[in-house]
Design a protein around this ligand. Structure first.
Ligand code: ITT
Length: 196
């Protein structure tokens, strides 16, 4: 299975979930000459499908893409599909977190509700496409906490764990995250495919 992402955090999490299930995973970065697609879709779904299709066409292998992001209620759903480039391009996690904190200055804890969303798209080389969605509710803290994870993890507080995504270990995160949830559903689809 080709992982159609250049985000190392995503590769680590997806590999940790897929390898124990018997999938051999190869990041798209190991295929020289692959040109990243422009993520110009208005939805996570459109971007995930575009990335998975491009990788399957280029490699001739089953390819999995993840398009994901953070929706903050006090910002009317922003940064959403623009999460990676919230503070500009190329992606700078620290700058994105600073921008988020700045925009939420003065917003009290109870109004800092947010969710991560993820769409996983799996493209077969023949053109068939399968998709699954997952989300995870949390709250945006007033300061960074924890050193693990990536992206907005140090600001994303999970009440179930009373910790941020950057303070818990990857397996705990995968068990409840938007990505873990979307991937579990996608794997069910794959199991049916291999049986049929
Ligand atoms: P690819 O397109 O190559 O997969 P990307 O980082 O550009 O990598 P997206 O366009 O899907 O991926 O943007 C997702 C952004 O949303 C990501 O850069 C993070 O800022 C944020 N994000 C998504 N999932 C996250 C998670 O589990 N923890 C923290 N931040 C996350």
């Amino acid at each position: 299975m080709v992982l159609a992402t250049n985000n190392r955090g995503k590769v680590e999490e997806l590999a940790a979930m897929l390898q124990p299930l018997g999938f051999q995973v190869v990041p798209i970065g190991e295929y020289p000459g692959f040109v990243e697609v422009e993520e110009d879709g208005d939805t996570f779904m459109a971007n995930a499908v575009k990335k998975a299709r491009a990788a399957a066409e280029f490699t001739g292998q089953m390819s999995l893409a993840d398009d994901s992001g953070l929706e903050v209620d006090a910002l009317k759903g922003a940064p959403g599909v623009y999460s990676a480039r919230f503070a500009g391009e190329p992606t700078d996690d620290a700058a994105n977190n600073r921008k988020l904190l700045k925009l939420l200055e003065g917003v009290p804890p109870e109004k800092r509700t947010a969710r991560f969303k993820c769409v996983i798209a799996i493209a077969e080389p023949g053109g068939r496409i399968h998709t699954a969605e997952g989300s995870c509710e949390g709250r945006i803290l007033q300061e960074l906490k924890g050193k693990g994870g990536f992206g907005y993890d140090p600001l994303f507080y999970i009440s179930q764990y009373k910790q941020t995504f950057a303070e818990i270990d990857m397996n705990q995160k995968n068990a409840i995250s938007h990505r873990g949830r979307a991937l579990s559903k996608a794997v069910e689809v794959l199991k049916h495919l291999s049986l049929s």
